[in-house]
Design a protein around this ligand. Sequence first.
Ligand code: KIV
Ligand code: NA
Length: 266
Amino acid sequence: LKRIRIPHLQAMKERGERWAMLTAYDQYAAEIFDAAGIPVLLVGDSAGNNVYGYETTLPVTVDELIPLVRAVARAARHSLVVADLPFGSYQGSPQQALETATRFMKEGLAHAVKLEGGKHVVPAVELLTQAGIPVMAHVGFTPQSEHALGGYRVQGRGDSADTLVQDACELEKAGAFSIVMEMVPAEVAARVTEVLHIPTIGIGAGAECDAQVLVWQDMAGLRGGKAPRFVKRYADLRTVLSDAARAYADDVAKGTFPDAEHSFQH
Ligand code: KIV
Ligand code: NA
């Protein structure tokens, strides 16, 4: 298996082959998902609330994300590694976006970057694309704008559907190689998938997107509490890890670990 590159993703769209993206923030997750054949790994700013313990993605910084991107890029042998540009690191101007994206490519060893927003980020997408940096766009519910959007809400309902479709078209025209659609009505996501030539990646965007994405800790049941409606849990890692930690602590308390098998004799 060779390195997945953007033309492969484009070819999959043309063949109607669906694919899965997962987030990854460290070496083992990257290694495991890469070996499992996940073609694209996203080092999301969701590291804010899945690695760094913040409540949202807003506080996470470029300096916090770059080491995670580098770890994933070094561990992934086949997967394309996409680095999310965090809140405040690209909205100021296309030049700011280029400077930030360049750091992710140089220091983070990323293969592409992702940024949020509709037509107002089109100039940034154009500049990055011209500079040779592949851009994944992100429309619909954009978590970095959660306060402006009034919380976690489905976007693109009613009259705003047309704006979403237009934004997606403009982002494609600006050079985006793919586009995430988050919390968008299934019919609207299907419309975008139909009109765009680049792959669409859904999260809470119905079954008609070309690809899907989930935060890996959601997918594997590592995070506790109630998950959003669009999350499906494929494992219960939280229970697995919790049971392992308790069994280990129990053994130590009882004196059954370490035993002779796990000790050195002279
Ligand atoms: O940061 C993230 O994990 C994301 C995906 C959910 C698309 O942006
Ligand atoms: Na993100």
